[in-house]
Design a protein around this ligand. Structure first.
Ligand code: HEC
Length: 211
């Protein structure tokens, strides 16, 4: 190996060491007790499920019930109820059809809120009351909820539709409280936002030009 090459390689090595030392020093100096810059900027709102391509996770029934103000939910529910109206009435004192009158069904006993209606033993034997979760499960898949039910209705696929129609039913003679969801989420988001603002302030300080 000739001398020129060795000398050149020596200088390169030397320069590298100087640069390394300098970057270590400047790192220590400029970043002393400053938070590390996060690898990905931005923040995640907890409680919100990300929609991905591989099958979107379904939102919760609480979330679906809080997607719109109550009066809009009722209006949407009324439209959806057209699919039920061939078998059900909902007004107080409305006649039973193929299915029982549904006035005040929310909160009532499952499969027995209209005395004298010929319920299936599957639904009658179910037990419990029509709370939000039960109504959600029932309207999603009546046969899955009560195997042997005489309600020949395939079910409502969209959780938003089930929420709207449940709120619509609730507005006729029942008055179950609608579980809050948006408020809790908004609070959490506000907290996260305050935290993010703090971090970006620190980052701005960090990024200030250094003489
Ligand atoms: C083809 C007729 C038919 C359609 C359409 C139908 N239902 Fe029913 N529904 C019935 C019958 C019959 C029963 C009684 C089921 C049993 O006893 O197993 C019933 C029962 C119910 C009950 C339980 C009532 C109680 O007293 O416990 C609810 C709630 C209900 N239906 C809601 C709906 C909603 C909401 C829709 C529309 C999204 C709908 N149904 C569509 C026929 C129907």
């Amino acid at each position: 190996m000739d001398d020129k090459f060795n000398t050149a390689a020596g200088w390169v090595l030397f320069a590298g060491i100087i640069a390394l030392g300098f970057s270590i020093l400047s790192g220590k100096y400029f970043h002393a007790d400053k938070p590390e810059r996060p690898e990905t900027l931005g923040y995640v709102i907890e409680g919100v499920e990300l929609v991905t391509d591989g099958g979107a996770p379904e939102m919760s029934f609480e979330q679906a019930m809080n997607m719109m103000p109550v009066d809009e939910q009722i209006a949407a529910g009324e439209r959806i109820f057209n699919r039920c109206a061939s078998c059900h009435t909902v007004e107080q004192g409305g006649a039973d059809g193929i299915g029982p009158n549904l006035y005040a069904v929310m909160g009532a006993g499952i499969g027995n809120h209209v005395p004298g209606f010929a319920y299936s033993s599957a639904l009658q034997g179910k037990g419990g009351n029509w709370d939000w979760d039960a109504m959600n499960e029932w309207l999603k898949n009546p046969r899955g909820f009560a195997d042997g039910t005489t309600m020949s209705f395939a079910g409502l696929n969209k959780i938003e539709d089930r929420a709207a129609v449940a709120i619509y039913l609730n507005s006729y003679g029942s008055n179950l409280a609608i579980p809050e969801y948006v408020e809790a989420l908004a609070e959490e988001a506000a907290e996260d936002q305050a935290e993010a603002a703090e971090v970006s302030e620190e980052l701005a300080e960090d990024a200030a030009p250094v003489e």
